[in-house]
Design a protein around this ligand. Structure first.
Ligand SMILES: Cc1ncc(COP(=O)(O)O)c(C=O)c1O
Length: 410
């Protein structure tokens, strides 16, 4: 046996700021579980943890592909029939200047790949604050400083244009839009998308438009139909843009890891960047192969499950909003898409302490606003309103009781 003690293996220093608050809270939950309690997870956006089910024809397509021997590597950009279906989807979204499409292992990989292929050391990209934490994690991994612009809570969480103008530098290469938004559930207005397109033109920015929740719009128009989603690339067809989409949320298969990118904009301008993306696509071989055979049936087959999904989400959103409006110290901009609410909470300690104590005391798990970024001096928490109404109602009375007891609300 060697007698020397193995030296501690340290992780790269550039990971020091990589946080993933959504999963980091798991340690506190584990404590509570070890004491024999059941924790209600309102922290992870996985519909399959609740009463949502993958459409059977999609499962059949992936299963058939496996049975048919589609178990080797796929072409690096994706299988041709999936790429065709994604082009069709882009057309339905009103994107008329598609230059390229590619398949990835989830939108998570699209984000990583598109940022890695664009940004040099010393350059930056603008990300929203609050944001989905993967964006800042990827930037940290690449050693790129985070340059965050504010979403304005007083304007239904629209991007704050004045702040974007302030944060722009000559080295800014891109701006990220998350629409519908995680964590706020907000939608970008057409006027806002037009203004962002104008800004991108003036400053030669690429737009990364994360539209992973584009079929989960919860608002109605005057006829009672779901408000259509407005794709950024349809509003700014000339602007170099990558639209991120995927199967995880709209088609209820987050574990399959299937996403894609739709490259649009001025053909000559985007070409070298698009080639760079393909170099990385080849380097990582391919996205999950058999699951790609489910992309066409998903995008072109029956969409009935979405009617049910949106009906459940609307009812749960309404319940959530009512609770926010009737609970002392809590207020919330009503979510219009996805399955997240991001209430503001008026308390005299950090929202991280609030969230951790809530897990310990009431066994309900939400995520603190500081995990997503927020304006200094404000506190928030993110609720995932995927559970059924009865479970949500129980969780909300527990949170209200916790607030009442801890902050002595009248
Ligand atoms: C805004 C946003 N983008 C990307 C992702 C990652 O999605 P995927 O499962 O396709 O990797 C998520 C997952 O929650 C998300 O909320």
């Amino acid at each position: 046996m060697p007698t020397t003690q193995a030296r501690e293996v340290t992780a790269a220093r550039r990971l020091d700021n990589v946080r993933y608050a959504i999963r980091d809270l798991a340690c506190v939950a584990d404590e509570v579980i070890q004491q024999g309690h059941k924790v209600l997870p309102l922290n992870v956006g996985d519909p399959l943890n609740f009463d949502f089910h993958t459409p059977p024809h999609i499962i059949e397509a992936a299963y058939k592909a496996m049975r048919d021997g589609k178990n080797g590597y796929a072409p690096s950009p994706g299988i041709p029939e999936a790429l065709d279906a994604i082009r069709g989807e882009a057309a339905r979204k009103g994107i008329s200047t598609v230059r390229d499409v590619f398949v990835t292992s989830g939108v998570s990989e699209t984000v990583d790949l598109c940022i890695s292929a664009l940004v040099n050391p010393g350059e930056d990209i603008l990300t929203p604050k609050p944001d989905y934490p993967l964006y800042s994690a990827v930037l940290c991994k690449l050693g790129i400083a985070v340059n965050a612009y504010d979403l304005n809570e007083d304007d239904a969480w629209q991007p704050e244009l004045a702040d974007i103008e302030r944060k722009l530098t000559p080295r800014t290469r891109a701006i990220v839009l998350i629409n519908p938004n995680n964590p706020t559930g907000s939608l970008c207005s057409r006027e806002m998308l037009e203004q962002i397109a104008d800004l991108a033109r003036r400053h030669s920015l690429v737009v990364f438009s994360d539209e992973i929740y584009d079929k989960l719009i919860l608002d109605y128009d005057s006829q009672g139909n779901a408000t259509p989603h407005i794709a950024f690339a349809a509003v700014g067809p000339d602007v170099p843009c990558i639209t991120f989409g995927g199967m995880s949320k709209n088609y209820l298969v987050p574990g399959w890891r299937i996403g894609w990118g739709i490259v649009s904009g001025d053909a000559a301008a985007i070409k070298p960047y698009s080639e760079g993306i393909h170099r990385l696509l080849r380097a990582r071989l391919c996205a999950n192969h058999p699951e790609q055979y489910a992309i066409k049936p998903a995008l072109e087959g029956p969409q009935d499950h979405l009617i049910d999904v949106r009906r459940k989400l609307r009812s749960r959103r309404d319940l959530t909003q009512k609770w926010c409006e009737s609970t002392p110290r809590v207020s919330c901009v009503a979510p219009r898409g996805a399955f997240y609410a991001y209430p503001k909470i008026d308390i005299s300690e950090s929202d991280e302490v609030f969230v951790k104590e809530l897990i310990r005391e009431k066994h309900v798990m939400v995520v603190h606003g500081s995990g997503f970024g927020q304006k200094p001096g404000t506190q928030h928490f993110r609720i995932v309103f995927l559970p059924d109404e009865k479970t949500l109602a129980n969780a909300y009375s527990a949170i209200a009781e916790f607030i009442q007891q801890r902050y002595r609300t009248a």
